[in-house]
Design a protein. Structure first.
Lengths: 282, 292, 360
């Protein structure tokens, strides 16, 4: 298996670790005592996590641990009942989903949410919505801004699709794509919003080992090309241990371990959470 | 005294709405469809009981039972022929089909019974005079309110205790899971339509007894109002339909009496809009946010 | 895969095809009319058909493109119709040229319907699904009731409006000066309207409507609206402001309904508010669903055929609406039932090729 170059992890003042190369810039994401309750049930509790500016971070844990809930809190699908989220040093409290998207968080979904009646290119164009603009009137009357900006839309969409070599599929309906291509398209669409932090919810789900290996390369490539941070939820441990620099393990809504891949792999708490109390082999 | 009399007429009207709304809400709960033809089943119930009472001279209870039997059969037929083939179709397609069925029933009634207004002979006559003739309540109003309460209690017990009632609740939660548990989903839906249509027949008799003009479009407006009542109370909820129907009737009655006859419907609908803005799923409905 | 590509470009072809079909149909009907082929009854249907085509296109924007069910669209048509009648009747002396007066009326009708669409959209578009549908139905009925209470007249001093909500006022209460005339008489509706709508005007407005709707769908704003329809949560996560874009689409839709209303109102010497009740909203919805959601050419054809069909069936007199109802049910069954659909595809030799179009 291909070895990926990882950054050396160093501690920062807030009891967290980030890659050494990101030391000089403020962390892209800082969750402070983040939590949400659903009718007394603490789905996520006291979630503290920091992600460096160009870090690839992982969020793992057994099913129902609250991983996707963390994503929903970050993107304001749910409003946190406790704590705060700092994005690039700015507090996102009280912001809406649309606003945090504009501030630089983009995501993919565990159960794919493409615009299935639109073409692949149109999906990416919706991602570019706030990057390329013209008025509704220009659009309806086909004024010069329409023609100029539609060309920009097309060029940018094609450029983004080329990351995954998907230019050929531009005219196909998204709903008709094979499963793996749909997952890739979701990533492209998210990238189109020009994020600082890309959230990937189980990007390798349903992929075969070859596709997963390719995906790993592509995630690293995306980070290097765009200089952004990536936070991913994944059950495929090869992927997580292979590319994630900082890893956070969640169980029953609480963080049970944080650290590098090596630290996580040898953490007894983590092994217990994954394998249960009695069995220590595996 | 005046106030009390408006309240009672509102309760009576509201009871009719509630009985119709119960049919709407049960069908919606289980088949997730707006059965626009429901109002026209009321009209059919009205015509059947009219013929039995005035033309054939049958006793009241026989006429009502006959109307219920015919409407039940009609409900099962409509469901089997028009809605069952569309179980997997988009909801809009089913809605349009329901509209088609509504047109069909109205125009069949027009062909069979003509466009002339039939004056309906009330199932009970006379009024109850109280407080030295200051307050008079027609027996029809009392009957309507009683019937509504009995039906409401009966349905609640039925859905809570009986096997079929439990099957209905299971189907409205999750049809796939219900089927896996051995529930005959198609049969359950048919029974729901049958009950809803039988209720519509009762509503038809009571409605025509209070407002004794019968034409092929008699059911349309009460149908729309009852639909509103069902949404008002939270569509899919049986107590919601009951509460929504009663409130709607009372609001309409008071609006007519104290504000404006012309704008009574406007006031009813305005209240609905305000309620939905405050409680987007109606008074007793449960708001289920979309899972991400 | 090549098959799928064709689908996408087929949309583009459809785009221009619609303009061509509408123009060809207009020319054909005009020639037939001049050749004396159309009888009086058919001539009388020309403008209403245009109005219902515009209504169908407008509602298709709400139901097909935005994906929200509206059951009160006739309310906006009603607003347009009565605004148009008031404006046109008030300007009879000031603007004698009928075409100019029609344009001014359309403008006013469109603006009023747009404002109403915005105000009604504020609460309505917050709701979802069936709740949204019932509230549009409620607004449609409210508009009808309110217009039923309006008494409007015009004299040398301008337009007079009173609101007859107790039912105790009449035209006399307007205190019109000599030479003044009543325009709307409450529940009796508009009376004595000078009919200035023409088939040509209807054709032009259809073309403008098509231009607006089709260009809208294929613009940045339209894409945002379709994205919201396909997946609201994903659209929000892509930074698309759901309320804003739904509102834009809804206001455009109600504005066009207002335009259709003006044409309709100025085509008859008298109309009542009851004409634009729930049944009219449903009628237009039927056009949209049968024509195909989001399919503009389909809406046009469905509106034309289904509006003329009951008239063509007039020889069956009493049975015509019954036949209409049965046709409606059968078409819905045939197009939506999987078994029937498969059966139809087997029978139809043209559809054979489509079966191979599955995607791997």
């Amino acid at each position: 298996m291909k070895k990926f170059e990882k950054g050396k992890m160093v501690p920062v003042p807030s009891m967290a670790i980030i890659p050494e190369r990101d030391m000089d810039s403020p962390p892209v994401l800082e969750c402070i005592h983040l939590g949400i309750e659903f009718g007394g049930l603490k789905a996520v509790d006291d979630f503290n996590f920091v992600i460096g500016k160009t870090e690839i971070a992982g969020l793992i844990g057994p099913n129902g641990a609250g991983k996707t809930t963390v994503f929903n809190l970050l993107t304001k699908v749910y409003n946190p009942t406790h704590g705060s989220i700092m994005l690039d040093g700015i507090d996102t409290t009280g912001k809406t989903t649309v606003q945090v998207c504009k501030m630089g968080i983009a995501r993919t979904f565990q159960n794919i949410r493409l615009f299935s009646n639109m073409t692949v290119e149109e999906n990416v164009r919706v991602g570019l919505h706030n990057q390329v603009k013209y008025s509704t009137l220009s659009g309806v009357l086909r004024l010069p801004p329409y023609w100029k900006q539609e060309k920009v839309f097309h060029d940018r969409a094609m450029e983004l699709l080329s990351i995954f070599d998907m230019q050929d599929m531009a005219g196909l309906y998204a709903g008709n794509l094979p499963y793996g291509a749909q997952r890739r398209l979701e990533i492209v669409r998210a990238l189109a919003t020009n994020p600082k932090l890309l959230l990937l919810d189980e990007p390798a789900a349903g992929m075969n080992p070859n596709e997963t290996a390719e995906l790993m390369e592509n995630i690293v490539k995306i980070r290097d090309t765009f200089g952004i941070a990536v936070l991913l939820i994944e059950h495929d441990m090869k992927l997580v241990m292979g590319i994630c620099e900082g890893i956070c393990v969640l169980n029953f809504g609480k963080i049970i371990a944080k650290g590098t891949a090596e630290e996580i792999q040898s953490n007894p708490e983590v092994i217990k959470a994954y394998l249960g109390n009695n069995s220590m082999e595996g | 005294m005046e106030f009390l009399s408006y309240l009672i007429s509102g309760l009576s009207l509201g009871s009719v709405y509630a009985i119709i709304a119960l049919g709407y809400t049960m069908v919606y709960g289980i088949a997730k469809m707006l059965n626009f033809a429901h109002g026209d089943v009321i009209m059919v119930g009205g015509y059947i009981s009219y013929i039995a009472l005035s033309k054939l001279g049958l006793p009241v209870w026989v006429s009502v039972l006959l109307a219920m039997a015919v409407c039940t059969l009609l409900g099962i037929l409509i469901e089997g022929l028009a809605y069952k083939p569309l179980r997997a179709a988009p909801s809009l397609a089913v809605l349009i089909t329901a509209i088609g069925v509504s047109y069909f029933l109205q125009n069949s009634a027009l062909l069979i019974w003509g466009a002339n207004v039939k004056s309906y002979q009330s199932v009970v006559n006379g009024t109850l005079k109280l407080f030295g003739n200051q307050l008079s309540i027609s027996y029809v109003s009392i009957l309507t309110i009683l019937a509504c309460v009995v039906i409401m209690v009966g349905l609640t017990v039925f859905t809570a205790k009986t096997k079929m009632g439990k099957a209905m609740r299971a189907c409205s939660e999750d049809k796939g899971a219900a089927q896996l548990m051995g529930i005959n989903v198609n049969k359950t839906i048919s029974v729901t339509f049958a009950i809803g249509s039988a209720l519509a027949a009762i509503a038809g008799v009571l409605l025509c007894s209070s407002y004794p003009t019968l034409v092929p479009t008699t059911g349309s407006m009460p149908g729309i109002k009852a639909f509103t009542a069902a949404v008002f109370g939270g569509i899919g909820s049986i107590p919601g339909a009951f509460l929504g129907g009663l409130l709607l009737g009372i609001i309409e009655s008071f609006a007519k009496a104290y504000i404006s006859t012309q704008l009574a419907n406007t006031i009813v609908f305005a209240v609905l809009i305000v309620v939905l803005l405050v409680r987007p799923a109606g008074l007793l409905g449960k708001y289920v946010p979309e899972k991400v | 895969m090549s098959k799928l590509k064709k689908n996408a470009s087929g949309f583009k072809l459809n785009h221009y095809l619609t303009y061509i079909v509408v123009t060809a149909a207009f020319l054909a009907v005009t020639f037939m009319n001049q050749g004396g082929i159309l009888n009086k009854k058919m001539q009388g249907l020309l403008v209403p058909v245009c109005c219902y085509i515009i209504m169908a296109l407008s509602l298709n924007l709400t139901v097909g493109i935005m994906g929200e069910l509206s059951l009160g669209h006739a309310g906006f048509m009603s607003l347009g119709a009565f605004t148009g009648v008031v404006v046109s009747q008030s300007l009879v002396d000031t603007v004698p040229n009928e075409a100019v007066r029609l344009c001014i009326s359309i403008l006013f009708g469109a603006v009023i319907a747009a404002v109403a669409g915005f105000l009604i959209g504020l609460p309505v578009l917050r709701l979802r699904g069936d709740y949204l549908a019932i509230v549009t139905l409620a607004f449609g009925e409210i508009i009808m009731d309110i217009i039923n209470c309006l008494i409007v007249g015009h004299d040398s001093k301008g337009v007079h409006i009173i609101f007859n909500f107790k039912g105790d006022k009449s035209v006399a209460d307007l205190n019109l000066l000599e030479g003044g005339k009543a325009i709307i008489k409450g529940a009796q509706g508009a009376v004595g309207t000078k009919t200035i709508s023409t088939f040509f005007a209807g054709f032009v407005m259809i073309m403008i409507t098509l231009f607006i709707v089709q260009n809208f769908i294929r613009s940045r704003t339209g894409r945002a609206v379709i994205a919201i329809r396909d997946n609201r949560i994903a659209a929000e996560s892509m930074g698309v402001n759901v309320m804003k874009y739904k509102m834009i689409a809804f206001v455009i839709s109600t504005t066009l309904a207002g335009v259709a209303g003006v044409l309709y109102g100025l085509n008859f010497t008298g109309i009542t508010a009851v004409k634009f009740n729930f049944n009219t909203s449903i009628l237009v919805l039927v056009f949209v669903v049968l024509g195909g959601l989001g399919n503009m050419l389909g809406s046009i054809i469905a509106a034309t055929v289904l509006y003329i069909l009951p008239e063509a069936l007039r020889q069956f007199s009493d049975y015509r609406m019954l036949i209409y109802a049965i046709v409606l049910i059968l078409v819905m069954l045939a197009t939506n039932n999987p078994q029937l659909k498969a059966l139809l595809q087997k029978i139809n030799p043209f559809n054979k090729k489509k079966e191979g179009g599955a995607v791997q």
